[in-house]
Design a protein around this ligand. Structure first.
Ligand SMILES: NC(=O)c1ccc[n+]([C@@H]2O[C@H](COP(=O)([O-])OP(=O)(O)OC[C@H]3O[C@@H](n4cnc5c(N)ncnc54)[C@H](OP(=O)(O)O)[C@@H]3O)[C@@H](O)[C@H]2O)c1
Length: 280
């Protein structure tokens, strides 16, 4: 890929000069053991969206790392809310990135994994209909798929974890004011991730959104957070990168800080310093 805005490492040991794609790839890497990496972009004042979408917060350096992280993973995990709202398309990788994966014995494309309690999913959405690898939908035992969904995706049913007591459920099944329609239960994410790993999908990249990140944090399943901080104030209104029920704080040490020449910061937090091994 052609390098646009230069990105340098400024912490822990400053590296002078723009990082190449192989150097960036090595800085993120694939972990030596099963690993869940979460990737978000936020404004300097903590907003998860600008005008309702993440696109306004993301620029060329963020998109570059976003693409590299997709190249590195076995499966790309996304919540149904973000899939619907952001209009997810089929996962695509450049010929160079597909070759990088083939050379390492990986599938040419990562598998898309969608987390949905309601199964309010459109089988005609390009993320399903044009997928290069059959997607997986993590849902719960009682969820009823819409017509055509099982033609384009595998359903994996992960428990019937009850709606928590802090959720308020109205007559429509809508809970906690989040817009999350839950029907009769939540996906048991620990069981779901274990099933992905049983299928050989060890390196997981979660692209959100906030409710899924909150649930993964609450279940203590997050190994790493890659956070891009855009140099702008979004002002009041948008939510944070996490949402849902409160959970205990989790310590997550800072592992590196990259700075792009346009003032964008890319922070990598991970609980295990040895979790990632150089991938290049
Ligand atoms: N800045 C960023 O990097 C970034 C990244 C991603 C998203 N976003 C933004 O975030 C917003 C979307 O957020 P959102 O509130 O819709 O949250 P979300 O986490 O994207 O989606 C919530 C939905 O995902 C499913 N879900 C999540 N966790 C679940 C669990 N444990 N069990 C069962 N289902 C689960 C449910 O789908 P069902 O309703 O199908 O049951 C739920 O309604 C959008 O504005 C998007 O642009 C920003």
């Amino acid at each position: 890929m052609s390098v646009g805005t230069p990105i340098e490492r400024i912490w822990p040991a400053p590296v002078t000069g723009a990082l190449t794609d192989p150097e960036l790839t090595a800085l993120y890497g694939r972990a030596a053991r099963p690993h869940l990496r979460v990737n978000f972009v936020a404004s300097a004042d903590g907003a998860v969206t600008l005008d309702g979408y993440s696109a306004g917060l993301s620029g060329e350096p963020d998109k570059r790392v976003f693409g590299l992280l997709r190249m590195l993973c076995d499966a790309l995990v996304v919540a149904a809310g973000t899939l619907r709202h952001e209009g997810y398309r089929a996962v695509r990788l450049s010929p160079e990135r597909r070759a990088w994966r083939r050379e390492r014995g990986l599938a040419e494309f990562p598998t898309l994994v969608v987390v949905s309690g309601s199964l309010d999913l459109d089988p005609a959405q390009a993320a399903f209909a044009d997928a290069p690898v059959r997607p997986i939908v993590l849902t719960h035992a009682d969820a009823v798929p819409p017509p055509g969904l099982t033609d384009v995706a595998d359903l994996v049913r992960c428990g019937t974890a009850p709606v928590t007591s802090t959720d308020r459920v109205d007559g429509s099944g809508r809970v906690d004011g989040s817009g999350r329609v839950d029907g009769s239960g939540r996906v048991d994410l620990a069981v779901g991730l274990a099933e992905l790993r049983r299928r050989g999908l060890d390196q997981l990249l979660c692209e959100g959104g906030p409710h899924l990140f909150g649930a993964l944090t609450a279940a203590d399943l997050v190994d790493e957070l890659c956070l891009t901080v855009a140099p702008l104030l979004a002002g009041a209104g948008p939510g944070r990168i996490t949402a849902g029920d409160a959970s205990p704080p989790r310590h997550l040490p800072l592992r590196h800080v990259l700075a792009a020449a346009d003032g964008v910061l890319m922070l990598r937090y991970a609980r295990d310093p040895a979790g990632s091994a150089p991938a290049a």
